[in-house]
Design a protein around this ligand. Sequence first.
Ligand SMILES: [Zn+2]
Length: 201
Amino acid sequence: MDGIAGIAARMAQIQALVAPPQAAPLTTSTSTFASALADEVAKTTGSTGNVASAAGAARAGASGAPARLNADGVPVELARYGNGRIPESALQKVGGTGERLWAPAAQKLEQLMGAAAKDGVHIGITDSYRSYAAQVDVAQRKGLYSQGGLAAQPGTSEHGWGMAADLKLDAAGQRWMRAHGAEYGFVKDTPRESWHWAFRP
Ligand SMILES: [Zn+2]
């Protein structure tokens, strides 16, 4: 921890040096700061890791992809594909299941399921990423929210962005999710669907 505390202290010093209040635009000071930080990290840890990996790790925790949303609340790296039109290769499998989600959501859900299992609680997945065509099918079978049903308008579902999973939960599983889901970024945002959990990074 001394190393990390040392880096934090040096970061503050470097920031003061390279980004005084009257200094250049943020982009300039940020990149200057980034390279100074990289040097400092390499000195302190003896590693040759670059600042991109250091910054990525800081953003996402010890492991995992960075979770960034655009102004529409959509994963930055998936936005170009469109809701329900994301190729499998751009999504990540949730552990050993065949289910796929946006990478940060998949990683957190895998961690969540592991933690629940340690508590003796089994959490299964019944649905995850959903294609546009699959959402059309669900809407036909379950009806739209706007008409009292249980499906989002195709093209608007959180499933279409790989940001929600439908979970198979018994009573213990429901209790566990309500107690711990948010620790992994999963929240219940759909009142009538106890199974639907959305990822909010
Ligand atoms: Zn759902």
